[in-house]
Structure formats: C-alpha cells, structure tokens
Ligand binder design. Sequence first.
Ligand code: ASP
Length: 420
Amino acid sequence: MEKQRKGFRVNRMKKNKLGLPAQIVISLILGIVVGLACYFIEGGPAFTTNYLKPFGTIFVNLLKFIVVPVVLFSMIDGIISMDDMKKVGSVGWKTVAYFMITTAIACVIGLVFANIFRAANLFPTLQLQEGAVWDKATSANFMDTLVNIFPSNMWEAFRTSNMLQVIVIALFFGGAILSAGKKGALCRDIVVSFNEVINRLMAFIISLSPIGVFTMMAWVVATQGAEILGSLALVILCAYLGYIVHAVVVYSASVSPLAFFKGAAAAMIFAFTSTSSTASLPVSKECAEDLGADKDIAAFVLPLGATVNMDGTAIYQCVATIFLAACVGMELTLGQMITVVVTATLASIGTAGVSGAGMIMLAMVLTAMGIPVDMIMLIYGIDRLFDMGRTCLNVTGDISCSLCVTNWENNRAAKAVAQK
Ligand code: ASP
C-alpha cells in the first residue's frame, strides 16, 4: 500500500519529469509576470479577477472540500497507529510546548522590529477616513473560541468545516478506538481504509496546485500591485522582516536549514498564494513526510498546527498593534508590550487557518491595548499582502514542529532501548 502511495508524492512525481515543487515555483514566477503585465494594461486587473481568479477559487474549493476528511481520518489514523495513549500524550505535550514557545518568540521578534521601525520614524502616521467603521460583529474573543472548541453537533462541525471541533472529534474517536481494543477492530479498519482513499484523492488535487498558484498570484499582483508602492509599504516590509528572521532563526535552529526549506518549499509557496493554512494541509503533510517526519506524528501535529500554531499571525498582530498605536499617538510601556505578547499569542491560537482570520483576531489584541478597533480599517485593504507572508510562516512552523517532535520521539525511543 505504502509503496503504491509513494507514486503520488509531491517530491517524487514520477510521471512528470519536472517535480511538483519545481512546477509550483514556475507557476509562481509566471503568475507574477502575468500579474505585472495585467497591472499595466487597461482592463488587465479586471481580466485577472474575472477570468483567472475563478480557477484559483475552484482549486481552493477542492482543497477545502477535502480538508475535513483529511484531518478527521489522518488524525484518527495517526492516533490509533501510535497504539497507546502514553505515546499520544507524549507527542501531544511536546507539540503544544513547541507551539507556545515558538509563538511567544515570534511575538518578541515582531515587537522588536515594530519598535525599531517606530523609533526610526519609518511608520507613516495615518488617520481613519471619515465613516470607516470596523464591523465589530466579526471579531471574536478567546473565551468564545475556547467554548466553541467542543461541538454540540458532529455533523454541524463537518458542515461548517470548524477545524478545532473536527480535531476534538478526531481525538475523542481515536482515543475511544484505542480503548475499545479488539471490539473496536472494525472501526479501526474502516478508518485505515478511508484514510487511504482520501490520500489518493488528495494527491490528485495537489497535482493541480500549479494552476491554483499561477491564477491566484496573477490576480494578487494585478489587483494589489499599486498598494505595495503605497504608504503602507514600510509596515509590510517590517512584518516580512519579522517573518523571515523568525523562519531563519527559529526553524533553522530546530532542523537542518537548507534541506528543510528545500523540502518545505512546495507547502510554503502554496500557503503564500492560498493564504490558508487549512487549505495547505494536504501539501504540508506530503512535504513533512518527505522531509522525514513520522507519518503518525505528522498526522497529529499538522492539523493541530494548521488550526492553533500561527507564528506568522502573531508577528503580524504585534507589528500591526505597534503601527496602529503609533497612528493614534500611543506609546506602549514595557508592561503593555508584555500584554501584547500574551494576547497576540492567545489571539493567534484562536485564529482559524483561513484567509484573513488573523486580521479579525487582531481586534482582540487592539481591544486589550485600548486601541480603537476601527483603526483596523487602515490596513484592511492590504491584508492579503500581510496574509500571504504570515500563512507561509504559519505552515512552515507546523512542518518544522512535526520534524522536531519526530526527532524527540526517536531520541526517547532510542534511550528507552538503551536502558533495557
Ligand atoms: N491566513 C492565515 C492562515 O491560514 C491565518 C491568518 O489570517 O492569520 O494561517
């Protein structure tokens, strides 16, 4: 079975001479070139919106449609393959510790860069246009997120693709199948079989990703190219410096850098163009396994990471908070900065792995700081540009975590063998 499955893998596409990562890179470059051309041609941006973006949307829809079964079955399969609750617990706490620590570091990096930019007067001071009002109904707080993790209706969780709830369902079912022992054998076989079928379907959808990357990139460049040149360019630069430094320092410290970024490239580019960690899950799963992550650990860590581990979002929230504080003329004290670290860490955990969710959760950080939430309108129009980088970093962090936890578990197993 495993042997056949490999025929579909991202980095080993046998049928195509050009591997999928190379195809994705070429699509990205072509997308930028076509997007730039359309940007300068009259009617070009509308052309990309009307005729290119729909193909990207079809592709993202396909990913969204497959993501609930992927998370559900791969996670249950991962848990039952670990075979004992002790191993699930061991992987679980290491994963959560990795998520929390790297996200807190991300916040500090974001704050350092934002403060440097602010001190050097590089941030523009902008005012809200009259009538610009943030729709408060769309913002959520952390306690709501906590309560909503537990589903009252399983089908509703699937129907609305509520990923945190799907994860909880998978954890419960995985644990229950393990504890049912022999009597749960039929359920176990059904999960394994479904998982195999879903993997094949997912591999097919992933093979279409160059189309998605090309069309989405062309659309973004053609429609938002001008914004990059606008007054907010330095705020975007500040966030991207944070993203890059975090990726290089934190993720390279945890795994061999060059091999890591090469192996993760397909998922990173995909996340960059789709702006959704959840939609990128199938690709990041393939990349993580190709990089050497244990299949079961990857099946556990990645869906959880795509929903709660958002280092890029945390950096963005810190940079945006300092920038918007500067716009309202507010100086943050050290104590307030610590509050930003804590709330941005929590807000990033509560952020769903979908396009634009990080901006909605930014409302929580701003509220905690006493900054008017309406100020979000200043960066509303260019959120996608922030989102591309932050999603890319979010997904990279998940892959890195799955590799680190694999290494730690391997070391633990080796130690246990040595002690015997
Ligand atoms: N789009 C991000 C993600 O899916 C979440 C965010 O908006 O920050 O990871």
